[in-house]
Design a protein around this ligand. Structure first.
Ligand code: COA
Length: 574
């Protein structure tokens, strides 16, 4: 950490299969254990082995909302990692690199370079896998990464592979430390000292795991999914924990099967969910219609990735909003939520279940590739802090009409087998009892019933957050993980005296129109940055409100950085 920063950003780059991701994970865990706030970003190739893999850790004594503009310290395992990042190496940065390795860096002037024989040392130790541990040992000495915590996480991670693997890795780690101690440190970068009152009862989780945890807190009973990057870890997490609680998990043959199974289980009275990414959500669109038409609750998590088609499977994008809101045939309603950070991944997943149960419709929870793998420290969640909503069930009195026309549009459900509760649930249009009916007048009444009940969804959500007070020259609307980037950009702009405000909706459909209008009324101009080509949220805001946001879109597979937002806002102000 230098004097002007509260944080240190370390980027580790190398080849997929070299253990880059493990180094990043270990540093993150170690920093969180001593009370630092952490936020990470990783990107890796679509191949299992080979290609460029990168992990960036930001560790701070203050809260962090994103992975930062760029790194302070680069650790390059190979020539490709160096080439990918050398344009970002600026005077004052530190470079730790494999030497002798497969490259000889032309080190830019002013960069503090630390050659470490990573590959050679691992070979000398007869443990080529442990190249990454040599690098991590060196990083721990050079940048003050808490050694005891690192040793703990090494032991925890490798214990299941036996003592020889643990000891081999600790040895390589120690050797890396010795190699670094023999070098003269010329820079001032170091992990900061946590505040005395820093929270240590935190867990470090990825967005995907946090969604799994949120589902369990919400009372998940049935889960079915087909594996797809970057959503698979949601299923892996649920697979580990759901059966222990008596729940059921199925790996289905495809996404159509998985959502169909989810609807079947939900019809049978179980809280049910599936998780997927863009291509899978496309396949599910027919059954989203079934969920809406038959008023069967279901939660669908879409961890967005670069599209269209198979697109950029391991890269970040926020480009499924059109599909999430309008995917499907006919007039098909649903609720769409989007998460900002790992903490949200827990809470908004619970909300998604609550809304699905209450409104008996599909709820799509949008996450994204950056958040999927981003690990952050979050306060240890207490399930008792979350309000849980269950579906309204028939009280057994009088004649049961599954689709009874009520004032709210919500009709009580029954679990199959309930005496007197027999009914037909079908994708065909139906009357109040569930009997198929093709009468035009009935279709109009039933469509109105299904859509009217969604009009109050915004009342069940907290108001969208407004970041800043008073009138603003520029208002910035953001969604998903872009919110964290905008938060920091606005802090910097305010520190320079700019009048700026942010607006961070989590409910994207039905759009809380009045909240947008209220925010827009206090802003001279509005910027809407999002990671997609078409400016998808900007499109809906223009269509449904009187606001005319100026779109700022990127789709290069990476998230925005705070600096990009600061620059664009300043251009608007100028
Ligand atoms: N000693 C022993 N084992 C070690 C080790 C060490 N020193 N360092 C790492 N490993 C293990 C890790 O534990 C991990 O095994 P695990 O998954 O069983 O835990 C494995 O080696 C890979 O190491 P890791 O650090 O996690 O990843 P990496 O930086 O080497 O990168 C990936 C590999 C993750 C990029 C690659 O394997 C991958 O999964 N690519 C993405 C594939 C994909 O999703 N494609 C999309 C298809 S649509």
């Amino acid at each position: 950490m230098d004097l002007n920063k509260n944080d240190l950003i370390i980027r580790v780059g190398g080849e997929g299969g070299e253990g880059v991701i493990s180094v990043g994970d270990f540093i993150t865990q170690a920093c969180a254990r001593v009370g630092l706030d952490v936020y990470t970003f990783k990107t890796f190739p679509a191949e299992i082995k080979g290609g460029y893999a990168m992990y960036q850790v930001r560790a701070s004594t203050e809260p962090v909302y994103n992975h930062g503009d760029t790194f302070d310290v680069l650790c390059a395992f190979n020539g490709e990692a160096y080439e990918m990042n050398k344009a970002r190496l600026k005077p004052g940065h530190a470079l730790v690199y494999d030497c002798p390795g497969d490259f000889e860096p032309d080190i830019p002037e002013g960069v503090h370079a630390y050659p470490i024989p990573m590959t050679q040392t691992a070979k000398e130790l007869n443990n080529v896998r442990a190249k990454n541990m040599v690098a991590m040992g060196a990083l721990s000495v050079l940048f003050n990464i808490p050694e005891a915590s690192l040793r703990e996480v090494i032991e925890t991670k490798f214990t299941r592979r036996g003592d020889a693997v643990v000891q081999g890795n600790l040895k390589a780690f120690e050797r890396g430390q010795e190699l670094a101690r023999a070098l003269k440190k010329t820079d001032s970068w170091a992990i900061g000292t946590p505040k005395a009152d820093a929270k240590r009862d935190v867990i470090v989780m990825s967005g995907n795991n946090a969604i799994g945890l949120g589902a369990l807190i919400a009372g998940l009973e049935f889960f079915s999914a087909y594996p797809i990057t970057p959503a698979t870890e949601v299923a892996i997490y649920v697979a580990k924990h759901l059966p222990k609680r008596g729940g059921t998990l199925i790996q289905a043959e495809d996404e159509i099967a998985s959502i169909s199974q989810v609807l079947g289980a939900a019809y049978a009275g179980k809280k049910s969910m599936t998780s997927t990414s863009g291509p899978g959500l496309s396949l599910m669109s027919e059954m989203l219609g079934m969920s809406f038409m038959s008023e069967t609750p279901c939660v669908v998590v879409d961890v967005q990735r670069g599209g269209p088609s198979t697109g950029l499977p391991t890269k970040h994008e926020q480009s499924d909003l059109f599909l999430a809101i309008h995917g499907g045939h006919g007039d098909c309603g649903r609720i769409v939520l989007s998460v900002e950070n790992v903490h949200d991944c827990i809470g908004l997943t619970v909300t998604a279940f609550n809304l699905a149960e209450k409104y008996q419709c599909p709820v799509i929870l949008l996450s994204d590739g950056s958040l999927a793998f981003s690990t952050q420290s979050v306060p240890y969640p207490n399930p008792d802090d979350y309000k849980i909503v269950n579906r309204e069930r028939w009280d057994g009195k009088g004649e049961f009409k599954r689709y009874a026309l009520t004032a709210s549009g919500i009709s009580p459900m029954v679990d199959p087998g309930t005496p007197g509760g027999m009914h037909i649930a079908t994708g065909l249009e139906h009357n109040e009892s569930g009997m198929p009916s093709y009468a035009g007048e009935n279709h109009e009444i039933m469509q109105a019933k299904r859509f009217n009940k969604l009009k109050t969804v915004a009342n069940d959500m907290p108001l969208a957050e407004v970041d800043g007070q008073g009138a603003a020259d520029i208002g910035v609307i953001a969604w998903g993980s872009t919110i964290g980037v905008v938060r920091e950009a606005l802090q910097r702009l305010r520190a320079e005296g700019c009048k700026v405000k942010g607006f961070y909706p989590k409910l994207l459909h039905p759009l809380p129109v009045q909240q947008f209008e209220d925010f827009g009324a206090g802003c001279k101009r509005i910027l809407l940055p999002e990671v997609n080509y078409l400016g998808q949220l900007a499109h809906f805001v223009r269509a449904e409100t009187s606001l005319r946001p100026e779109s700022y879109t990127i789709c290069g597979g990476l998230p925005f950085t705070p600096e990009m937002i600061v620059k664009r806002v300043k251009e608007m102000l100028a």
